[in-house]
Design a protein around this ligand. Structure first.
Ligand code: ADP
Ligand code: MG
Length: 285
């Protein structure tokens, strides 16, 4: 696919009307854009070149585009459409997810019913299975990086932000400490990890979906890391006593400290809690 428009080619503004800001991250500003030919709406992540200081930063953006291109199109990913480069920035035009971040939805709802949590969680696991099958690990799985396709409860979920993603080979060990504090796997903190670190982060997201609280927390990064490395799971305080044993069994199998014993994406998809998706009982109030 010919997706990259070089600096000398047509510019973003030539092909799109640029609109409001949808979100911001460490490197990117994401804006609503409309293509002039067809009138379709997209999201455009612009990464300012002023923020790309070292050669590694530039390589990181290249890799982000390469990985997003590789994993697109897929039902579980906000897919890549086009890339532009101008003097100031790299612009990544992708599928629009108009329902906002899963993070905001959690804040608005407090917790999800088991049925709702299971539906979204299945999508997240399918996303990770898709990536891992292509030899890619995401490394920044968290509710800010999952987007809803529309504002209703029937919205689907899609992953975005492959800015920390990387290619892996079977058995390869990674050492760079990367990710977001609450979601980072213990083996990442110990700087010896592989793609199973994504599964841990999924487990943290699932725990939050069901309870509204992160499983490992503290007042600062250091305290959070200590809590992760201690690895204690609390199922005794509310709302956990009211949550099904199947859900707790799945959380436990995912938030397994030893990454070699941890459930894989394929195993999670076979778990009875997900298999019963739709049939999973809503939690009593
Ligand atoms: P960063 O790498 O800087 O964290 P992200 O790719 O995570 O940037 O994008 C930042 C924010 O922009 C996201 O958390 C989300 O709120 C919004 N956003 C990103 N992609 C899309 C999209 N395809 N549709 C709608 N909003 C998006
Ligand atoms: Mg992000």
């Amino acid at each position: 696919r010919d997706i990259v428009r070089p600096e000398t080619g047509p510019q973003l503004e030539h092909d799109y009307v640029v609109g409001q800001v949808l979100g911001k991250g460490a490197f990117g500003v994401v804006r609503l854009v409309q293509d002039k030919k067809m009138g379709r709406m997209y999201a455009c992540k612009s990464i300012s070149k002023a923020k790309l200081i070292s050669k590694e930063d530039v390589d990181d953006v290249r890799r982000e585009v390469e990985i997003l291109n590789l994993v697109s199109p897929h039902r579980t990913v906000a897919g890549l459409s086009q890339v532009y480069e101008d003097r100031m920035a790299v612009h990544i035009v992708m599928e629009l997810c108009a329902g906002g971040e899963l993070f905001e939805r959690i804040v608005a709802k407090g917790t999800f019913s088991e049925a709702e949590a299971a539906r979204h969680f299945r999508t997240m696991v399918e996303m990770v299975a898709h990536l891992h099958a292509l030899g890619v690990m995401h490394r920044d799985i968290k509710p800010e990086n999952f987007l809803l396709t529309d504002p209703t409860d029937a919205a689907d979920l899609k992953a975005c932000d492959f800015g920390l993603s990387d290619f892996f080979k079977p058995g390869q060990h990674f050492t760079s400490l990367i990710g977001s504090a609450y979601y980072v796997a213990p083996e990442v903190l110990r700087r010896n990890y592989g793609p199973q670190c994504d599964i841990w982060s999924l487990g943290v997201v699932l725990y939050i979906l069901l309870s509204g609280m992160p499983p490992f927390w503290g007042n600062d990064e250091k305290e959070i890391f200590t809590s992760i490395l201690r690895g204690n799971l609390d199922f005794s305080t509310a709302p956990w006593p009211a949550i099904s044993d199947l859900a707790k069994d799945l959380v436990r199998s995912i938030l397994t400290f030893d990454s070699t014993q941890r459930a894989t994406a394929a195993q999670i998809l076979q778990h009875p809690w997900l298999a019963a998706q739709g049939a999973a009982p809503d939690r009593p109030l």
